[in-house]
Design a protein around this ligand. Structure first.
Ligand SMILES: *Cc1c(COP(=O)(O)O)cnc(C)c1O
Length: 413
């Protein structure tokens, strides 16, 4: 019995199944194999990056329970998307669970070498919408600015695996001059989204320089950064970084978390520092098989994000990136999960489910159907409980004549 129950004499009424209820509790990632490391090193983001797990030998030493599929996957990974896992994030993996939702996001598997005929290396057609290298201009008023080809750790379903982790053949331009010049001479661009790779891998100085140059362009109204670093490397979110960022408002940040276990006390504190710097935080998840394609896990994750002051923004249907079929869930599953959320929990906690259209159509919202019929005099729709309602209106949207409501709609009388 918890304290509230014993004080108020209420009987415990577990609404959530215990399996997922416990996922909402905040825990530290702990030290794991690195308990002998001085705090100053462990808490240093540079130390975390230097000590990332990047080789089969290193991973085997830490995790004797690697499966043959993982061993083969790791061996092949560095020919495609590299493996890299920060010690901090590694500690979230359950070595006893082959299907651990953290493990399958970052440890390569042999299945990555299987490519379905409909899978692509540039599934969202970004390269075709690139007016200068490192810039994607798909929508009229905003651009995606790829600032680096590196991340703190590599997600195995990465939609940009063609260019990140030093992928061969990608012509990366770290000087930013052409990208900034394009933005400066394109007045329609009022929103610049920095992504990559992870922009927070740049030094504070370099990032400040980039943000200042963008802020100096009069038509750039709004800046945002897409990053997974608060989850992979919360040590990077230093007070100095936050103090630097707050000069550039309005600045929003979209983080990328997929499972409640990623929301540790360390991640919560890092997100809190960003929020305290006045930065509105959103989250983008990818619907992943065995990670979050489950109603209860998804709801726990979204509610836990809210406890970290993060508003869920998008849930993406997994892009058709080659070698990702083992991690992909279905659109049908996504719709079932969305239906389980709307009305059943806080509206702020309900993200928009989207498919980034294969080939380059942009993000398209995919919603459960609530409208059952819509004709010239009414909309018939259902609510989250399945109850049916009607909303009378004229075809042109004009109000129904109030003097004779029963003759206009005798069946409603
Ligand atoms: C996702 C994305 C954006 C931003 O889209 P929003 O819906 O405004 O968040 C901009 N450009 C590209 C190419 C994108 O993929």
């Amino acid at each position: 019995m918890d304290i509230l129950s014993s004080v108020c004499g209420l009987s415990a009424d577990p609404v959530e199944p215990r399996r997922t209820g416990s996922l909402k509790a905040f825990h530290s990632a702990g030290r794991g194999f690195w308990s002998h490391i001085p705090d100053a090193d462990w808490n240093s983001w540079q130390w975390q990056l230097r000590n990332r797990i990047t080789t089969l030998k290193g991973l085997r030493t830490l995790m004797p329970t690697l499966t043959p599929e993982e061993e083969a996957g790791v061996q092949l990974a560095n020919t495609k998307l590299a493996m890299a896992i920060t010690p901090y994030f590694f500690n979230l993996i359950d070595p006893a669970d082959e299907r651990c939702p953290i493990r399958i996001q970052v440890i390569p598997r042999l299945e990555e070498t299987l490519t379905a005929p409909w899978e692509l290396t540039d599934p969202c057609g970004e390269d075709e919408h690139s007016p200068v290298p490192g810039l994607v201009h798909r929508y009229p008023d905003r651009v995606l600015f790829l600032v680096t080809d590196r991340c703190a750790a590599y997600c195995r379903y990465c939609t940009r695996s063609r260019l990140v982790s030093n992928a061969t053949g990608y012509d990366f331009h770290p000087e930013f001059d052409r990208q900034i010049d394009y933005i400066a001479r394109t007045p329609a661009i009022r929103d610049v989204l920095l992504s990559g790779g992870d922009p927070f891998l740049l030094s504070d100085e370099k990032l400040e320089c980039l943000l200042s140059r963008l802020r100096a362009i009069p038509h750039v109204e709004f800046l945002r950064i897409g990053t997974r670093i608060p989850l992979f490397l919360p040590q990077r979110i230093t007070p100095e970084l936050c103090a630097m960022l707050r000069q550039f408002h309005p600045l929003f940040i979209s983080v990328h978390s997929n499972h409640p276990r990623e929301l540790t006390t360390e991640a919560r504190d890092a997100l809190g520092r960003l929020a305290d710097a006045g930065i509105p935080l959103g989250n983008q998840s990818v619907l992943l098989r065995g990670v979050n394609d489950d109603e209860a896990v998804m709801k726990d994750h979204l509610q836990k994000l809210m406890m970290c002051r993060v508003r869920p923004y998008y849930v993406y249907q997994c892009d058709l990136i080659s070698g990702s079929s083992h991690l992909r869930s279905s659109v049908r599953r996504g719709l079932e999960i969305m239906q389980s959320l709307r009305g059943h929990t806080t509206g702020y906690a309900v993200p928009q489910f989207v498919i980034d259209a294969p080939g380059g159509g942009g993000k398209v919202p995919i919603n459960p159907d609530y409208v059952l019929s819509h004709n010239n005099d009414r909309v018939v729709f259902r609510n989250f409980e399945g109850k049916v309602f009607e909303y009378p209106e004229n075809a042109d949207g004009a109000p129904t004549a109030i003097s004779e409501p029963s003759s206009a709609h005798p069946e409603l009388a």
